[in-house]
Design a protein around this ligand. Structure first.
Ligand code: NA7
Length: 552
């Protein structure tokens, strides 16, 4: 254990990276590549981030393995074989371990170590990082690669602690098959992606399954299945061309299918035909080239509702499994080939909470306004305090001791999704106001880490000043984020974790930049190419002089 040293102006290392998911592993590698000394901290016992923690049965990526992977290394693209076009959790976690080993960054990571606080020292210009193992490390640059969905939401239901049976969270599912649900009565609370994926797996073994649904979600088929050798060969031929091409797209990936006609140019029969083709081709969300228009989105939403209902035998259940309250894409849609059909099994029952809300969790099970349902196990698939939650889980203090919680009291504010005014040389990949969860997170991780380390390289080449965005840039970015959210059907009218609406009392700010990956990428690099006009550069501290701020 290292005792905290008095400020000397000397860092323990150049960079600290917190987290070892997609962004963290790549950040460690980038630091090493650039000759920087680096320390990594990870609260889990292995790498993987999201794919380490969410080890529940059925967990699977809904972005195809052709896209949801690193492309920075030709060797990695060529040497790793995905077994499925939408890989499952265990395989993605193995992949991340493979990459971390190949990049030789595992040795840089302290596992089972949570970062508790990060404090900016104004006299030295360093960040002081304190960990759960009592260590304090001082660095010049801090990269919090802590993910957007890594802080589980505490269940806001009375009586949670009273339940006498077993309880599990999908977001921290016990590993190595230690959970045995055979013959048990299981209640699942939550029907987002996690609930939709775990319910069919539980139904395979449990005696009775009760699904407590507050809001129904869109469920369309997955694109899981065997990899296409031709597509794999194409990726391997020139991975760097693929990498560049991803950054030219809206979503940071090349969709496997999309309609080539415009909704507004088709008559009713043409629209119906295009929708059916899109459903059959498994690209219903992109059935039209102008699928983002409200009228096109409404047609897509209605079409999916009809397809969903057709898969469920019982009319009441079918009606209630369909989302009538929000348009497709208003909140994160789910994918499953088996979820809806699971409700056709006699031992699986839907509990529609808007009609019969949960009153309380009691020792023997769950009591709704209509009945008490006896249970042996409760599974919480109740989601996350998304995007700002993981940031608030660390006690972060910037210039003047200002805490991030105060800086973000009215919701996250930053510039280009990575840096916050008042917190110089602190970088937040995968966080608020970036394309994050509305893009391919693997592509985003590489892009943001590249941008961060290109920024670090620029700073090192310019006398190592402290860099922070200007308040005006943050305001501009807030307006940009809102402007693009207004164009996305349902984004501002649907209660979702995109805007903090799933957490009682959380500030309501739409936290995802919907301007598209290409525009985002170009805006980032325009800053760098022009010497950071949207930022403030502060000279390195000198003895007897304060830090002086000036425009970039
Ligand atoms: P989500 O998508 O936030 O889903 C959480 C679910 O839990 C959702 O159906 C919630 O209903 C439900 N929930 C939360 N609290 C309660 C209470 N108190 N009572 C009843 N139901 C509740 O999280 P996931 O883990 O499924 O998915 C997260 C992301 O991972 C996903 O979007 C993909 O990007 C991958 P609500 O909708 O709030 O009415």
């Amino acid at each position: 254990m290292m005792e905290h040293q008095p400020p000397t102006g000397q860092p323990d290392c150049d960079v600290v990276v917190v987290g070892s998911g997609f962004a963290g592993i790549y950040a460690l590698w980038q630091a090493r590549q650039r000759g920087l000394s680096v320390r990594g901290f990870e609260r889990g016992s292995d790498v993987g981030g999201t794919w380490y923690w969410n080890a529940y049965p059925g967990a699977r990526c809904d972005v195809e393995s052709y896209n949801y992977a690193y492309f920075f290394s030709d060797d990695i693209v060529r040497d790793w074989n995905w077994s499925d076009a939408c890989a499952g959790q265990a395989e993605i976690q193995r992949y991340l371990r493979f990459v971390a080993e190949r990049c030789e960054v595992v040795k840089d990571i302290a596992f089972n170590t949570q970062v508790l606080s990060a404090r900016f020292e104004e006299d030295t210009g360093l960040w002081s990082i304190r960990t759960s193992t009592g260590e304090t490390v001082r660095c010049r640059y801090a990269v919090l690669a802590i993910g957007a969905l890594s802080d589980p939401k505490a269940p806001d239901i009375p009586g949670v602690a009273d339940f006498a049976g077993e309880a599990y969270f999908t977001s921290s599912w016990p590993k190595h098959g230690t959970v045995d649900l055979h013959g048990k009565r299981v209640g699942v609370i939550g029907t987002g992606s996690s609930g939709v994926q775990v319910v069919p797996e539980i139904a395979k073994v449990a005696a009775e399954v009760y699904v407590f649904q507050r809001t129904a979600n869109y469920v369309t088929p997955t694109r899981a299945g065997p990899m296409d050798p031709k597509l794999v060969a194409a990726l391997r031929e020139d991975p760097q061309a693929v990498r560049r091409a991803f950054r030219e797209t809206y979503g940071g990936h090349v969709p496997q299918g999309m309609g080539d006609e415009r909704f507004l140019e088709l008559d009713a029969a043409g629209r119906e035909r295009a929708l059916q083709e899109a459903w059959d081709g498994n690209y219903i969300g992109l059935a039209f080239r102008d699928a983002y228009l409200p009228e096109a989105n409404a047609a897509i939403s209605d079409f999916i509702r009809g397809q969903m209902q057709a898969q469920v035998t019982d009319p009441w259940t079918a009606e209630h499994l369909v989302p009538w309250d929000h348009p497709y894409g208003g909140k994160r849609p789910c994918q499953s080939d088996v979820y809806l059909q699971t409700f056709n099994q006699p031992h699986v029952r839907l509990i529609a909470l808007p009609e019969t809300p949960i009153e309380q969790i009691v020792p023997e099970g769950i009591r709704t306004t209509a009945e008490t349902i006896p249970l042996d196990v409760i599974v919480y698939a109740t989601g996350f305090d998304a995007i700002s939650g993981p940031v608030f889980a660390i006690d972060i203090a910037g210039i003047g001791g200002c805490s991030m919680k105060d800086a973000w009291a009215d919701g996250p504010a930053n510039y280009l999704g990575t840096m916050v005014h008042g917190f110089p040389n602190l970088f937040l990949p995968s966080s608020a106001m970036s394309p994050s969860v509305l893009s391919n997170m693997a592509t985003l991780a590489e892009q943001q880490v590249d941008f961060i380390f290109d920024t670090v390289g620029w700073l090192d080449a310019h006398g190592r000043p402290r860099l922070q965005p200007s308040p005006a840039s943050q305001e501009h970015w807030r307006e940009e984020t809102l402007r693009f959210a207004q164009r996305r059907p349902g984004a501002l009218t649907t209660k979702s974790w995109y805007s903090g609406a799933n957490i009682p009392g959380k500030a309501r700010v739409f936290m995802v930049y919907c301007g598209g990956f290409k525009r985002y990428h170009e805006t980032c690099y325009r800053e760098l190419e022009n010497g950071f006009p949207g930022y403030e550069l502060m000279a390195s501290p000198q003895p007897g002089r304060g830090i002086q701020a000036h425009g970039g």
